[in-house]
Design a protein around this ligand. Structure first.
Ligand SMILES: Nc1ncnc2c1ncn2[C@@H]1O[C@H](COP(=O)(O)OP(=O)(O)OP(=O)(O)O)[C@@H](O)[C@H]1O
Ligand SMILES: [Mg+2]
Length: 200
């Protein structure tokens, strides 16, 4: 896949295959295009050349809402909607129970009581975990995470790694862009560059 921004190639020959039930870590230097690639995969950006398929179907034939539902993305610096943490986790989900919100928060390393906190007052690491809880509370086929552990302490990062494994075990294709190579090696099934080749 290729994508040009401001007259230069930001992605040039990027290639990635994500498999159900598998955690893929995308490791490449800062500025290499990891975030750009993830944004292409859930339709926030459209590549200038190349194709993206979901279950053998060109994603260009899916409507944007369906694509976003099936392919979740946790962005690198998540923003919060006005309201409580519960509002943020349950956003655009109908009939979410307190128990489901609590389970999603727990999987992201936050106590259930966090649901009542005003999202505007959260720290960077807390926001990162609420964004993870929001993603965990949906059931995407593909879950993309951009530097999900960058703002987290080592213990919380391990917990997030274990949660990603549980999601993969449910058949979700998980892909995370990370700089933390030891974390990638510990938690991913494949550690690849932007050309889909496994790092040695
Ligand atoms: N909105 C934009 N307009 C123009 N260029 C952009 C835009 N967003 C990103 N770029 C450029 O695209 C390139 C790839 O950026 P991207 O954010 O995908 O890299 P990355 O691999 O995620 O880096 P990092 O590890 O620092 O997050 C960079 O050179 C960046 O400056
Ligand atoms: Mg990035």
């Amino acid at each position: 896949m290729r994508l040009r921004r401001d007259g230069r190639w930001v992605l040039d020959g990027a290639h990635l295959t994500l498999r159900p039930g598998t955690i893929t870590a995308l490791v490449a230097p800062s500025g290499a295009g990891k975030s750009t690639l993830l944004r292409c995969l859930n339709g926030l950006l459209r590549p200038d050349a190349g194709t993206i398929e979901l279950g053998g179907r060109d994603v260009g034939t899916l409507d944007a809402r369906e694509l976003r539902r099936r392919v979740g993305l946790v962005v690198q610096t998540p923003t919060m909607l006005p309201g409580t943490v519960r509002d943020n986790v349950a956003y655009a989900l109908s009939g979410t129970t307190d128990a489901a919100v609590a389970a999603a928060l727990d999987a992201a390393g936050l106590p259930a009581a966090f649901a009542d906190r005003d999202a505007a007052g959260l720290s960077g690491g807390e926001r990162a975990r609420v964004a993870l809880a929001r993603a965990f509370s949906r059931s995407p086929e593909v879950l993309l995470l951009d530097e999900p552990t960058a703002a987290l302490d080592a213990g919380t990062a391990e917990l997030v790694g274990a949660t990603l494994r549980r999601l993969a075990d449910r058949g979700i294709a998980v892909c995370l862009a990370v700089h933390d190579v030891p974390f990638a090696r510990a938690h991913a099934d494949r550690v690849v560059g932007l050309d889909d080749r496994e790092l040695g």
